[in-house]
Design a protein around this ligand. Structure first.
Ligand code: GLN
Length: 355
């Protein structure tokens, strides 16, 4: 993509000259491609890998997770790491695979255990859910950086209910309508725009409830953020006090306080889940805050990143710096700039190495 922009510009110039269109449209300005060129250069020299296990249902179809992959890529370049995505089919982590296809099972677990961070993206339907729960458990217990998005956050909550609260049949009513411990429940949003629709869709506001949490710092200490949604189920608000007593923190909520938007485990190096989809607002040069957190944690740079956020224009060891946030809102990713002023994010059609 990145190279494409430069190539397109080149061919556009040739076309212009051949039909002398530039005389007619002499007002057209030469585009400033400095930033893009700088990004390509940064991207080309990345060599130290950061391995992220992507635990999902459609691992054979990387396009299903395109936005997530791009967001990981933006964050990896900001952290000066070469992104290696380890695709792990969630079902392969499940006990049933251990008996039916032991090699597949072993390979899936080897990939997960060889990764620096774990990402469970959004999804619908119950295939692979148990495998995703096992991946979240592995990350939580072994202090491996974890980001769960939408369904990924919901399965992290189910896992916590089962392991930390001892509620063995805890589940989402999406997967078990009869569960005696419904920790994720159907919470449709009445919508005047989408008549009859039950999906909570589009941009909604999340307020930070715990000012010093990692997520708030990553969002430059904003007091609220607007991110995009696409879901029907949510954490059961009536069970939140139980979860909080056991150490799971609900650091971001909607304006009513009833819809849980961001979870964190303060006792863990980086264990974050979001009901929204932060990947949709990630941009080259403006990586999504929570993806940046995941990749920074997975590459041993989270402390440096957190220390610098909210402080005035400090430069990180790897050359990343940030400007002092001027507003207390966060709309579209942190503008992370390298010390020489060029933007770090790279947008490319590939996403590092696929396994
Ligand atoms: N986008 C998603 O991950 C959706 C999660 C879940 N299936 C829900 O509807 O709430």
């Amino acid at each position: 993509m990145f190279i494409m922009v430069l190539l397109l510009h080149q061919s556009y110039s040739v076309f212009n000259q051949s039909i002398n269109i530039s005389i007619i449209f002499s007002v057209a300005r030469e585009p400033d491609l400095q930033e893009w060129t700088a990004r390509t250069r940064v991207y080309d020299i990345l060599h130290e890998p950061v391995r992220i296990a992507m635990v999902g249902k459609y691992t054979g179809l990387s396009d299903s997770y395109l936005s997530v992959l791009k967001a990981l890529l933006h964050a990896s370049v900001a952290c000066r790491r070469k992104l290696v995505v380890e695709w792990v089919a969630a079902g392969d982590l499940e006990d049933v695979t251990a008996t039916e296809a032991p090699d597949v099972y072993k390979n899936a677990w080897d990939l997960l255990k060889g990764s620096d961070g774990v990402l469970v993206p959004g999804g619908f339907g119950d295939r692979g859910v148990q495998g995703k729960i096992l991946a979240a458990k592995y990350a939580r217990e072994n202090k491996v950086p974890f980001l769960g998005i939408c369904l990924g956050m919901q399965i992290a909550v189910i896992e916590f209910a089962r392991s930390a609260l001892g509620l063995h049949d805890a589940n989402s009513t999406e997967f078990d309508p009869e569960t005696s411990h419904p920790c994720v429940i159907f919470m449709p949003e009445g919508s005047k725009t989408y008549m009859g629709g039950t999906m909570r869709l589009g941009s909604r506001r999340t307020y930070f409830k715990v000012p010093n949490c990692k997520s708030a710092k990553l969002y430059s200490n904003a007091s609220f953020v607007d991110e995009r949604h696409r879901h029907r189920y949510e954490v059961n608000p009536n069970m939140v006090p139980q979860f909080e007593n056991a150490g799971l923190s609900f650091v971001g909520r909607d304006e009513t306080g009833r819809r849980m938007e961001i979870i964190e485990l303060p006792s863990h190096p980086y264990f974050v889940g979001t009901q929204f989809h932060p990947e949709f607002k990630s941009r080259p040069g403006k990586p999504s805050a929570l993806f940046l957190g995941l990749v920074a944690a997975a590459s041993g740079q989270l402390d440096a990143v957190l220390q610098n956020y909210g402080n005035e224009s400090k430069v990180l060891p790897n050359g990343i710096s940030n400007g002092k946030p001027t507003v207390k809102t966060y709309q579209n990713g942190n503008a992370i700039k390298s010390s020489n002023g060029s933007l770090n994010g790279v947008y490319s059609n590939g996403n590092g190495v696929h396994h």
